[in-house]
Every structure is written in structure tokens, then in C-alpha cells.
Write a protein that binds this ligand. Structure first.
Ligand code: KG4
Ligand code: ZN
Length: 343
């Protein structure tokens, strides 16, 4: 089965064609990040309008570049949620309409299921069951995964998502949006041990997270430096970035270790934008080795939002006979656990 995937849930237009026999045939990504950068975050209305401009031309271009005929496409997958409603509706209307025109089924994909399954696109994919840590700009969740659509939420963030905390700290350090990769780059120049921030909720039992206290600790440390010396130097910023990144990473590592122990599972999958973080990958790698477990993640470009993960997840659901009716539906909020299983 050959599936066209469309991702428009936030500020990236992602297109891909995945073939269940031949693998990923091609993908294209357009990021709106420059457009939103001057506002310091995503402006939903601007995002939807830009998806309208980009999506169809990108589909045309990808198909012509790869020499893929519309008649060879057997199904369409679009992100149906969670995300920005206007942005989601662009992909949903376009996906549904193309499916009607090409007379093929269409399926609405859960964005976080897309992230969760993205490591399946790699050469050495994980096998079910596994524990998944989903860490994106909007979600921080630990999930026990028995199979596609068989998800049990083990814990989640009670306030900010990990990526959101990176972005907010980035803003405090006057870095451009999205802050995650920039905070990580700055942290490489940091002096270890100058600051020590709290590892939120690690001493309490359970697998939930909270990052808002850590954010406040960072803000207080920055105000303290400004009070003492009048301004922040580049080195101060790098030192704070490193201490913040270490606090987030160690918190995630502690909770992942606990999730592996409590579930008895031996594979850990990390997915979503923050799973591209090198310090997180390296620290989790050491942890899983000590636990005689294995770590899986997608290549960096498939950690952040992309069309390939949507084409892949949609293809699995279409192969199982699942598809939508004729109505155009998007779910800005959509619990992962409500998805049907594939058997
Ligand atoms: O999965 P994603 O592209 O979009 C959502 O579904 O939210 O995740 C974006 C988030 C942003 O918060 C971004 O700052 C963060 O992932 N991110 C990173 C890194 N790359 C992206 N955070 C830390 N380190 C990175 N290398
Ligand atoms: Zn995402």
C-alpha cells in the first residue's frame, strides 16, 4: 500500500509518501519558524494561512520530483489532532478532498502516535511492547505500548511540556524561537557545576512530570546574576543553559528508568522534538545499558514534526482497514489512549 502523508498540526508543513513494500519514497518539509520568530512563538492564524499556501504545491512538487503518479497512491493520511484547529483543518480538508478526487480512503492520524511510531522508519526498528517517552513542544508523556493503538499512559507533565520549558528558557536567554536546539547548543559551552537546578518531582513516587518550578528557578538565577553584576555575559547564559538542560535530562532519565522497572519492559523508545537532544540520548543510552535494556529513536529530522511519521502511522491503520467517512474532522484535543487498537 502506498500512502500520501500530510502534517499541518502546528508550524511545519510536512509531506511524505510511504510504501508498505518499498519504505519511504520521499518527503518534504517546510518550516514556518522564521515567520513566527519575530513574535517569539507560533501565531495560529498565520500558521493556518501559510499551510494553505504551501501544502498543495509541496505535494505536487514531491510527486513530480519522485515521478509518483496519483494513480499509484492507495490512501491518504493527514494529522487530525491534537494541534491548532485552523492548521489541522487545512491538512484535513486537503487530505479528505484529494482522497475523494483520487477515490482512495483517507485516515486522520493522531500526531503523537505519528511521533511514537517514527522510530519504526529506521533500519533497526523497536519491537512491541516498549515504553515510550514522548517529549515534544506540547506533550511530555510516558506510555506503555503493547501495539499500535494499545497505549497505557504511565505519566505525564502536570504543567509545561519539556520542549515548552526549553523554549521558555530560550526566551529568557534571548535566544530565537524555538529555543530547544539553541539552548542545547549554548549548553555545550557551559561550565559544569556552576549552577544546580532542582530535578522536579524525582523524589515523589509516580511517573508524572512538572517543569514550571524549574523554569522559575532559572528565572531567579538569571535575576540574581543581573542584580549582582548588572548584566548577563555569554558565559553566564551558557552556564545557566547547561544546568537547565542537565536538570531536564536527569529528570527524564530518572522517570524513564522507573517506567522500565515498573513495567518490566526492556525497550525504551523516545520520540518528539526533544528526543533529538544529544545529551538526553547519551544519558538515556547509559541508563538503558545499565538496565540491560535498549534505546530506540528516529533520525533527528523525524524527531521533530514531519510528514513521514504521519504517512507511516496512517499506512498501518489503512492496512488494518481503518479509514474516515466523508466528513472533515479535526480534534484539537485528542487523548492518545482513546485510539482504537490494530490487531
Ligand atoms: O515534536 P515537535 O517538532 O513539535 C511538537 O509536536 O510540539 O517538538 C518541538 C519541540 C520544541 O519545543 C523544540 O524546542 C524542541 O522540540 N526541540 C528540542 C531540540 N530540538 C527540538 N529541545 C531540546 N533539544 C533539541 N535538540
Ligand atoms: Zn510534534
Amino acid at each position: 500500500m502506498r500512502v500520501l502523508g500530510i502534517e499541518t498540526s502546528c508550524d511545519e508543513t510536512g509531506i511524505a509518501i510511504y510504501d508498505s513494500e518499498q519504505g519511504l519514497l520521499g518527503d518534504a518539509l517546510y518550516s514556518q519558524v522564521e515567520m513566527h520568530a519575530r513574535y517569539g512563538g507560533v501565531i495560529p492564524e498565520l500558521a493556518s494561512r501559510d499551510h494553505i499556501r504551501k501544502t498543495l504545491p509541496m505535494i505536487r512538487q514531491l510527486m513530480s520530483e519522485k515521478g509518483i503518479e496519483a494513480s499509484s497512491i492507495n490512501g491518504i493520511a493527514y494529522t487530525a489532532g491534537p494541534g491548532l484547529i485552523g492548521a489541522l483543518l487545512v491538512g484535513a480538508s486537503l487530505g479528505r478532498s484529494l482522497a475523494m478526487a483520487w477515490d482512495v480512503p483517507a485516515v486522520g492520524v493522531h500526531h503523537m502516535e505519528g511521533h511514537l511510531l517514527a522510530p519504526m522508519l529506521e533500519a533497526d526498528p523497536p519491537e512491541f511492547p516498549f515504553v515510550a517517552l514522548l517529549v515534544s513542544g506540547g506533550h511530555t508523556q510516558l506510555v506503555a505500548v503493547k501495539g499500535i493503538g494499545e497505549y497505557r499512559l504511565l505519566g505525564e507533565s502536570l504543567d509545561d511540556a519539556a520542549g515548552e520549558a526549553f523554549d521558555k528558557v530560550g526566551k529568557m536567554l534571548s535566544l530565537a524561537y524555538p529555543g530547544g536546539p539553541r539552548v542545547a547548543a549554548l549548553a555545550l559551552k557551559g561550565t559544569a557545576g556552576r549552577f544546580e537546578f532542582p530535578r522536579p518531582m524525582v523524589n515523589r513516587p509516580g511517573l508524572d512530570f512538572s517543569f514550571s518550578g524549574l523554569k522559575t528557578a532559572v528565572r531567579n538565577a538569571l535575576s540574581e546574576i543581573v542584580r549582582a553584576q548588572g548584566q548577563l555575559t555569554e558565559q553566564d547564559k551558557a552556564d545557566v543553559a547547561l544546568a537547565f538542560e542537565e536538570a531536564v535530562v536527569q529528570t527524564l532519565v530518572i522517570k524513564c528508568r522507573r517506567a522500565l522497572k515498573e513495567s518490566g519492559l526492556k525497550s525504551l523508545v523516545i520520540a518528539g522534538g526533544v528526543s533529538a537532544n544529544q545529551r538526553l540520548r547519551a544519558n538515556l543510552q547509559s541508563m538503558v545499558e545499565a538496565q540491560r535494556s535498549r534505546l530506540f529513536y528516529a533520525q533527528p529530522r523525524f524527531c521533530t514534526d514531519n510528514g513521514a511519521m504521519i504517512a507511516y502511522a496512517g499506512c498501518q491503520r489503512l492496512l488494518a482497514g481503518q479509514h474516515e467517512g466523508l466528513s472533515i474532522v479535526a480534534h484539537p484535543r485528542w487523548p492518545l489512549e482513546s485510539l482504537p487498537a490494530i490487531r
